[in-house]
Design a protein around this ligand. Structure first.
Ligand SMILES: *Cc1c(COP(=O)(O)O)cnc(C)c1O
Length: 240
């Protein structure tokens, strides 16, 4: 892939955030979008709380963790941080309780019915509702999680009857490919699914967010309509 992206070698988080924001703005300009429509969520896996706090101080509105253990480990250190907390990783059913104890604002990786049902039961007990995004496997790579595109509308309809879940978005990870058009196709698929679901006019469902694009491919995602990009290494540097 020939994007002019190199993982930053500097520790200067503020500079890297400005750099990513500039990339988002340039991609918006190419398609006549307002950069304010795109939220930069920082993927904070493996990043120490001190550096996350530094990043949020730069005006970051949302952060996301992938693993329950890490979410729990950082919870106290980040207690005072005022930004949205998303969970963006695959969730095993036996970790639902722990996830809900961490009081997240949004779960971005709803990828199967059994998980939706169980989440709903736990949330009902706490008398709470949880914003969720449905993860779609737009690349159809067997190694990736997510509902297949052709199953997404039915899945959304089914989940819409679960009173304690609120579907507010779709999430995907672009194909691992050297071919830009293949990656772009994944993002275009998510955008088309948003339209299909909106046209179906399903109660309890409001797909405002398209969470797509990471450090390597965020320009393509923004051009295809992302409202949220999830960036890790582009701000914090490479992960070992
Ligand atoms: C790590 C991660 C990202 C960010 O990836 P980078 O390539 O580091 O920007 C985005 N989404 C998910 C689900 C992730 O796990």
């Amino acid at each position: 892939m020939d994007f002019s992206f190199d993982p930053p070698h500097t520790q200067d988080i503020a500079t890297q955030i400005k750099n990513i924001e500039q990339r988002i703005a340039s991609a918006c300009a190419m398609v006549g979008r307002d950069p304010k429509e795109v939220t930069l969520l920082l993927a904070t896996k493996t990043v120490e709380p001190e550096r996350i706090i530094e990043a949020v101080a730069c005006g970051i509105k949302a952060i996301g963790e992938n693993r329950i253990q890490e979410l729990k480990a950082k919870k106290e250190a980040l207690a005072e941080v005022t930004c949205q907390r998303h969970f963006i990783g695959h969730l095993q059913s036996n970790k639902i309780k722990e996830l809900l104890l961490c009081q997240i604002d949004c779960f971005q990786a709803l990828d199967r019915w059994s998980l939706a049902e169980k989440l709903n039961v736990f949330l009902a007990k706490k008398n709470k509702t949880l914003p969720v995004f449905v993860e779609v496997n737009t690349s159809r790579e067997p190694s990736k999680w997510g509902v297949l595109p052709e199953d997404t509308l039915d899945f959304v309809k089914r989940v819409s009857h679960l009173e304690h879940l609120r579907i507010q978005g779709l999430m995907t990870i672009g194909a691992l490919s050297d071919d830009e058009s293949v990656i772009r196709g994944c993002f275009a698929t998510l955008r088309m699914l948003q339209e299909t679901i909106r046209e179906a006019g399903i109660d309890n469902v409001d797909i405002r967010e398209l969470s797509m694009g990471m450090s390597q491919d965020l320009e393509l995602a923004v051009q295809e309509g992302a409202t949220m990009v999830r960036v890790g290494s582009g701000v914090f540097g490479g992960r070992s």
